[in-house]
Design a protein around this ligand. Structure first.
Ligand code: FAD
Ligand code: MLT
Ligand code: ZN
Length: 448
């Protein structure tokens, strides 16, 4: 055992410093299998004090640290690519306080999963605003670090909008802690907001104070077929105008549905096939529902009211990710566009994909203008198609990352969505908080 591993063992105990490559393999390859590397070791601290001691030890040895939560990230930000880094797994940071029903808030450790948090809130009659298909593994810390969006973003906003404060350990072991849950707090720089979306480059998040919402369970899920993406964008706007309780407006296309059905064995969702589909989830009264279902594309829609039938419709959308990965190692491109540009982008995308001799599965959170372009075909280390799709999105006034972050996958093209002045300011923040570049080198900023 080397000197650093011996020091880390002093901090966490030997069972939480993992060095056997068979054991560390699950921490060193990402969910997509596109990014992988070797870790010097994986360390699993149990509380904020242990996280601080781990960072101090790594800092003394000049060894980089890759923070990791549930390892469901899709841009390679949570795994080391070079050898020699320590992976700091936050999964043992399992604090989960009783829900504070007076303020509608809760304090949760970074390692609590989103499913656990949502169940905990539901037990108190409240709801956590973020939900995503990776809910059983994605953690509070990881979703904050990526500012995850998910299926309810159009209603509750992304993870950053749920944050009232957090506790984090900076690269030099100092702890910043703001867990008081004071909503009216206007005292200078918003460090909590800054750490949200920082992708493990500014500090290790250990605990968060989170806003909860009054539970308004969806009562209605509709799946409608449409001729194209433009029709889907129009239909979701019409439905949202009629149903104020819409919380999700999701999109997928025939090729994605075919992959899902082949992978899962699910039957066809509607009486006939369509080029594209819109899935809407809403809390709606009977009157509102009656007014909505007269919209023409909803005549042939599947409408579900009970929990099991609703989950059945959601499976067509939520099982896209696993079905695509079963077909190959995808290039996952997560763009967002102004709703009025979706149709033009979608048409030009076909040309880009044809030139790359690839195929694209397109789906996403259309209510937020967010499309997941999953490209199958090019080798994992061939970035040409990534570059072309991201440039196309930027050219249409879109962003190169709607919700997954920049990670390693898009660090080289951050300039497509951020000006030189913005990147300089971001690098200055990084240099101020982590001058030695200890935390997640190569993530967010391409190495100089
Ligand atoms: P990890 O993958 O472990 O890490 C992600 C990033 O956060 C890395 O850069 C890592 O260094 C950093 N990090 C992790 N923990 C900490 C910490 N405690 N302190 C500091 N930095 C940390 N994403 C969406 O936004 N919306 C979706 O709808 C969505 N759906 C998904 C569905 C599936 C099936 C899958 C596999 C993924 C999905 N994702 C989605 C992507 C992923 O779930 C999110 O990015 C999630 O936020 C990652 O959380 P994690 O705990 O797995 O983090
Ligand atoms: C989703 O919306 O299902 C996710 O962001 C996962 C993905 O992009 O594959
Ligand atoms: Zn998504």
């Amino acid at each position: 055992m080397d000197a650093l591993a011996a020091e880390l063992t002093e901090v966490t105990g030997p069972e939480h410093v993992l060095t056997d490559p068979d054991v560390t393999a699950g921490y060193t390859t990402d969910w997509t299998r596109r990014f992988s590397g070797q870790a010097r070791c994986v360390v699993r601290p149990a509380d904020t004090g242990e996280v601080a001691a781990v960072l101090l030890a790594c800092g003394r040895h000049g060894v980089p640290v890759v923070p990791q939560g549930g390892n469901t990230g899709l841009v390679g930000g949570g795994v080391p690519v070079a050898t020699g880094a320590v992976v700091l797994s936050a999964r043992r940071l399992r604090r989960l306080d009783p829900v504070d029903t007076l303020s509608g808030q809760v304090t949760a450790g970074a390692g609590v999963t989103i499913a656990e948090l949502r169940a905990h809130a539901a037990g108190a009659g409240l709801e956590y605003g973020v939900d995503l298909a990776a809910r059983e593994s994605a953690t509070v810390g990881g979703t904050i670090a990526t500012n995850a969006g998910g299926i309810q973003t159009i209603r509750y906003g992304p993870t950053r909008a749920q944050l009232l404060g957090l506790e984090a350990v900076l690269a030099d072991g100092r702890v910043i802690s703001r867990l008081g849950g004071i909503q009216a707090d206007n005292t200078g720089y918003d460090l909590t907001g800054l750490l949200a979306g920082s992708e493990g480059t500014l500090g290790v998040i250990t605990t968060a104070r989170l806003r909860l919402w009054p539970a308004a369970p969806p009562t209605l899920t509709m799946l409608a077929g449409v001729p194209d993406i433009e029709a889907a964008a129009v239909l979701q706007a019409e439905i949202r105008a009629l149903l104020p309780g819409v919380r999700a407006a999701e999109y997928f296309e025939a090729p994605g549905l075919a992959l899902v059905r082949a992978h899962t064995g699910l039957p066809a969702p509607l009486g006939r096939e369509y080029p594209a589909y819109l899935l809407v989830d809403a809390a709606a009264t009977e009157d509102e529902t009656e007014r909505a279902v007269v919209l023409a594309p909803l005549q042939d829609a599947a409408v579900a009211m009970d929990t099991q039938a609703r989950a059945g419709l959601w499976a067509y959308r939520e099982r896209h990710t696993e079905s695509i990965s079963a077909a190959g190692i995808p290039h996952k491109l997560d763009v967002a566009l102004p709703l009025g540009r979706l149709a033009a982008f979608r048409a030009e995308l076909d040309e880009v994909i044809a030139k790359a001799d690839a195929r694209a599965i397109v789906f996403g959170h259309i209510g937020a203008g967010n499309l997941h372009v999953n490209v199958l075909g090019p080798a994992p280390d061939d970035d040409a198609v990534d570059d072309a799709v991201l440039r196309l999105a930027a050219g249409h006034g879109g962003t190169i990352s709607a919700e997954h972050g920049i990670g390693r996958a898009k660090a080289a093209v951050l300039h497509l969505s951020r000006s030189a002045a913005e990147i300089e300011a971001m690098r200055a923040v990084k240099a101020a908080l982590d001058p030695a570049g200890l935390l997640n080198p190569g993530v967010l900023f391409a190495s100089p």
